[in-house]
Design a protein around this ligand. Structure first.
Ligand SMILES: Nc1ncnc2c1ncn2[C@@H]1O[C@H](COP(=O)(O)OP(=O)(O)OP(=O)(O)O)[C@@H](O)[C@H]1O
Length: 260
């Protein structure tokens, strides 16, 4: 369970990106965070795994005060939280399998870190993760030979291999064409439902958010202005979240250019 209690995030330059955030996200939820550019969506997601430190209030994950974690505790805590980015963050000049195996590096003894030698158990886990996202047959292909959608699936497999409780996804489909985006969203949904992994996703495509997420959190100028089931979201609610610029936000996936 993730709990935001009066959370505030003020950046060093004085920008208040989040204010008065109070949220509880139960294990296994699929949550989409929506709002205008600059609303605070990325900041909200990145506070959960301490990529950003909050400056007020408290953030708990499974009753642990995340702000109190130090050094090795943070690294151990982050092992339970997968992170998916718009830009995939893969090493493109090596194989798919090696990219997934990277997720085991923190578990390796020092000499194995240096030599990059993984044991059989790690390889089996990595191959299983690739199978879960339907790209087992690509295990020995170099990443730069894959499409964007396949690369995002490699990133998803790398995250799954670390056996997370939570996956944070920051604009995971922003660089993908509509058909590929749907396939990747199907992967997220399947992983969420079959493995009970919480998915918290920052997403620009409102229609996709409403179709896939069970719960929508709408952010406007750093504050939560809507929190409810996707089915409850009306045009008026979208107007509130997007400050009247809802047409721009709901422009169909087909029309929106893939910004790679
Ligand atoms: N490192 C930073 N230093 C200072 N201000 C920042 C920093 N990162 C973000 N901000 C500011 O905090 C606010 C929220 O930014 P954030 O990236 O969380 O918004 P967002 O809703 O994810 O936007 P987008 O959809 O464009 O990614 C914005 O005003 C942004 O300019």
């Amino acid at each position: 369970m993730i709990e935001f209690i009066n959370v505030e995030k003020k950046y060093a330059n004085g920008t208040v990106a989040l204010q008065n955030i109070n949220l509880t996200i139960e294990q296994g939820e699929f949550v989409a965070v929506i709002g205008l550019s600059g609303a605070g969506k990325s900041t909200l997601i990145r506070c959960i795994n301490r990529m950003h430190d909050i400056t007020g209030g408290q953030l708990n994950v499974d009753n642990v005060d995340v702000g109190k974690l130090r050094g090795r505790q943070i690294r151990r805590f982050r092992r339970r939280i997968g992170m998916i980015f718009q830009s995939f963050n893969l090493v493109t000049r090596t194989t798919v399998l090696k990219n997934v195996l990277v997720s085991f590096v923190p578990d390796l003894p020092f000499w194995r870190k240096l030599t990059g030698i993984y044991n059989r158990e790690h390889k089996i886990k990595a191959l299983e993760a690739l199978d879960k996202v339907g790209i087992l047959d690509k295990a020995y292909i170099r990443v730069d030979q894959l499409s964007g959608g396949q690369q995002q699936r490699v990133a998803l497999a790398r995250t799954l291999a670390q056996n997370p409780d939570i996956i944070l996804a920051d604009e995971p489909i922003a660089s993908l064409d509509p058909v590929t985006a749907k396939m990747v969203m199907d992967d997220f949904k399947r992983i969420n439902q079959e493995m009970n992994i919480s998915v918290i996703m920052n997403i620009h495509h409102v229609e996709v958010a409403l179709e896939y997420a069970d719960r929508i959190i709408g952010i406007h100028k750093g504050a939560v202005v809507f929190d409810g089931e996707s089915a409850q979201v009306t045009k008026e609610i979208l107007d509130t979240i997007y400050g009247g610029q809802v047409e721009e936000a709901t422009a169909s996936l087909e029309e929106s250019p893939a910004h790679v």
